[in-house]
Design a protein around this ligand. Structure first.
Ligand code: NAD
Length: 246
């Protein structure tokens, strides 16, 4: 019996990277996990891989930036498995460019997925959570929310996620729903593997722990925040970055 054995969790952007690591950690703790991502085939491959380990997982393909698709996702989950206990808003993208070169498309795409998508999922989840007076919402922000060169769109979206979680925490505490933001530092995923070697080395040199984080480093914090042990923690912004932000 894990800490989350009677819980139903939805993790967005869970077909790879951080989301996949988070989904695995929640599943190891006993939760039934719904893997949400854009591509149905890739979702099914992850479900197969996790099922081979004995985890209780299923998947649903949806674009979290599309409100209809998000509503369909939450209705489907409620009909098939019951109401959601844990939502991890992880899906996110970057479209980096310096401010003066940034197109409105680059700006909007990042805001639409990282911030508006997180709003859509949070709103749908809380409809279900309020009824049963229980919920855990954990959103992935970023150390970049404090500002990062070439990431005006991304930093704005991730600062927005912090504001969204703090407001949701205030509004939903009376319903026994906690809402927190996690700020990963520099985590080894496809997103960060895309940077040039020189930038990778520069990033590592800024981390006191001297290494990139792993998805399981973040997953361990999420599992704690999702558990009963964290029932009095809400509205917090927690760095998981090996000391990158001190
Ligand atoms: P990744 O690109 O490896 O994975 C992101 C996943 O999200 C992909 O599977 C992708 O298909 C999915 N996704 C993208 N847009 C989607 C949409 N509209 N609807 C549904 N799914 C969508 O990225 P990652 O490094 O694993 O990052 C995960 C989250 O962590 C993101 O929110 C990112 O901003 C954040 N983050 C990452 C780092 C890092 O160092 N990797 C640091 C801080 C924050």
């Amino acid at each position: 019996m894990g800490r989350l054995s009677d819980k139903l969790a939805i993790v967005t952007g869970a077909a790879r990277g951080l989301g996949k690591g988070i989904a695995e950690k929640l599943a190891i703790e006993g939760a039934k996990v719904v893997i949400v991502d854009l591509n149905e085939e890739i979702c099914k491959e992850v479900v197969q891989e996790f099922s081979d380990h004995g985890y209780r997982v299923t998947s649903y393909a949806a674009n979290i930036a599309n409100q209809d698709e998000v509503q369909n996702l939450f209705n489907y989950v409620a009909d098939e498995f019951g109401t959601v206990d844990i939502l991890v808003n992880n899906a996110g993208i970057n479209r980096d460019s310096t401010l003066h070169k940034m197109s409105v498309e680059q700006w909007q795409q990042v805001i639409d997925v990282n911030l508006t998508g997180t709003f859509f999922c949070t709103q749908e989840a809380t409809k279900q959570m309020k009824e049963k007076k229980y919920g855990r919402i954990i959103s992935i922000s970023s150390a970049s929310w404090l500002g990062n060169f070439g990431q005006a769109n991304y930093a704005a979206s991730k600062a927005g996620v912090v504001g969204l979680m703090k407001t949701a925490a205030r509004e939903l505490a009376r319903n026994n729903i906690t809402c927190n933001a996690i700020c990963p530092g520099f985590i080894d995923t496809d997103m960060t593997r895309g940077v040039p070697d020189k930038v990778w080395d520069q990033m590592i040199s800024k981390i006191p722990m001297g290494r990139a984080g792993s998805p399981s480093d973040v997953g361990n914090m999420i599992a704690f925040l999702a558990s009963d042990e964290a029932s009095y923690i809400t509205g917090e912004v927690i760095n998981v970055g090996g000391g990158m932000v001190l």
